[in-house]
Design a protein around this ligand. Sequence first.
Ligand SMILES: [Fe+2]
Length: 528
Amino acid sequence: MNQRSYDRALHTRRHLIRRFGVAAGVFVAAPLLFREALAQVSFSDDPFQLGVASGEAAGDGFVIWTRLAPKPFEIGFGLPSQPVEVEWEVASDEGFRTIVRADKAIANPMMAHSVHVEVDGLSPARPYWYRFRAGGVQSPVGRAKTSPLAGAPTPRARFAVVGCQHYESGLYTAYRHLAAAEPDFVFCYGDYIYENGGTPASATTPPALANRRHLPGEIFSVDDYRRRYAQYKSDPDLKAAHAAAAWYPVWDDHETDNNWASEWDEKGTPPELFRFRKQAAFQAYYEHMPLRRSSLPNGASLQLYRRAPIGDLIDLNLLDTRQYRSNQPCNDQSAGCADLNSAPHFLGDVQEAWLKQGLSASKARWNVLAQQVVMMDLDRDPGEGYRANVDSWAGYRAPRGRVLQHIADARVANVVVLTGDEHVNYAGEVHLDSRKSGSNPVAVEFTSTSISSGGDGQDQTTNDQAVLSANAALKFVNRQRGFMLCNVGKDGWETSVRVLDKVSEPNGKLSTRATLSVAPGSNRVTIG
Ligand SMILES: [Fe+2]
């Protein structure tokens, strides 16, 4: 069955027969989707408590997502163990006067009653509005913009960079501001959930966070992960950010386990057992993200790396630096690790070749590596000696060198690396070896802070100032919570660093801490 046929198979049998006539026979072999009766549902609680979302914007459409969950923390999530029919509509106006696409989809209990509809046939570079309906209940309305067509003249794009949203650590105020800014799209670098067990509120817990706790115990099963996503997605500010723009999500480590690498977790679990956890985590990740069917997991593997063109302005290379990497050198201990050349893989052979080929072929003004962990080879020890973050690209110098050498050799223009992970705003230059004097940068990097992880934070620590002066390639450090807003044109790239004074109290105040610019052809960051 081809991709299109398979997508169609998610509709009801009656609908299929009406649409395809005798050809519908080929679908009968597909298990359960049509043989099982649809549940006739009526809800006493709102089935759309987890909101709506869109993602994977392209020139002709995007994915729209929801998950029915009237009782998101109970066994069965308040739904029958049967598929449920969900109607969806896409309109060209906010008031839904002109419906341009509408159909039915099936929320299947095998995917936690989530719905992923790949909407196509839309016009490029314009906003649309979408909503769902199930059991007579209407969902909230979401807004999503289609991308400009690949290669089409595109003067500007404005998008946000987000991630690291530990639920216990702070409020999601940043997302309320992001939603109000209505960016063209959102890039999420990962740590959308955290897998650790809850820390009970104590005397020092800010009152606003006292009821914002994980359930006790680390999560392992698919239902554990589902409850964790449901808890995060119940947040009104996060729901607003999803409803405001289409996202391109990638994961980092905490959607599965801290600092995992390919087959290995940090506890030394045998790979054949860790695979069960990956399978549960990947399934729940797919269920809760507005991804295309091409990312549907197959056991403990999920195709996450992909490319999204934004007209002729940006090629967004969305990378997966977790699933194919070698184990971290030096047992993932950065102190005294001198073995930084030993790890052979970071992207894995296939993704690395795909990335290099894509960068060589790109005609876009800006080539973005949208990914998880810092690429600058920063010395984290401002004193004598050199200390790398071995979970980042710096711990994998061989594959890092191959990618950067390719960018230099193929003269790939205007490479911008977008990163998260560290809960710090960083901006600087990416060098093959930044300790070599007179070296020229081959890219720039913007590391976006966290939405909430790490709590309120501060502008800079004394150590940050020492790290800044020990690393000439590093130009900017800030340790507050927030997000980056990138305003990109042919004539320049501008990253606005949006920070909050507090995430431990409601209504934190947002300000622009810095505006960081890159001129085309420079590979240098200017602070405004
Ligand atoms: Fe994080």
